[in-house]
Structure formats: C-alpha cells, structure tokens
Unconditional design. Structure first.
Length: 93
C-alpha cells in the first residue's frame, strides 16, 4: 500500500508541475474513439475515417493530423491512385 501511495504522489506531482502540457495532451471523447478505431483497424486512412464516422474528408483529415501532431499516431506516406499523397495513420506500438 505504501508503494502505491508513492506512485500516486509522484503522478500528482507531475500533474501539478506540468498542467499546460497535460491540458494539451488531453483528448476529447471523439478523439479517443478515433484513436481506438485506428488501433482496431491497424491503420486508417482519411477516406475510411470519413465514411465510418460520417464526417467530411476535411474533418477526418484534421482529426487524424491533430492526433499525429500530439504524438498519439504515427503515419506512413503513400501515393494515391490520383497521384497525390495520402497517409495511413497508426498508433505507436
């Protein structure tokens, strides 16, 4: 029980001394759902997310990009059939 309190105290100390970083890293319910979706699919592309979440391509792209910028997802660049660039987003393993 004592060790548990030490760990909890350390976590609380880290939270209190890093509030701005913690706020920045907190995810909304929809962002958590998207992260879990990417994990379950073992990678997701913007058009898949758009279709499965019933959101626009632009919204799907922005949500995936935000998770990537926060460090929750990594991505691999591929060439689309149209010749443009697409990304496959994966959770870090």
């Amino acid at each position: 029980m004592v060790r548990s309190n030490k760990v909890l105290n350390e976590i609380m100390r880290l939270i209190l001394s890093n509030q701005e970083d913690i706020k920045r890293l907190m995810l909304s319910k929809s962002a958590i759902e998207l992260y879990k979706y990417c994990a379950e699919k073992r990678g997701a592309m913007t058009r898949q997310v758009s279709a499965d979440f019933n959101i626009s391509i632009q919204d799907a792209s922005m949500r995936l990009s935000n998770l990537h910028k926060l460090g929750y997802l990594t991505r691999t660049e591929i060439t689309a059939e149209s010749g443009g660039i697409e990304f496959i987003y994966y959770p870090w393993e």
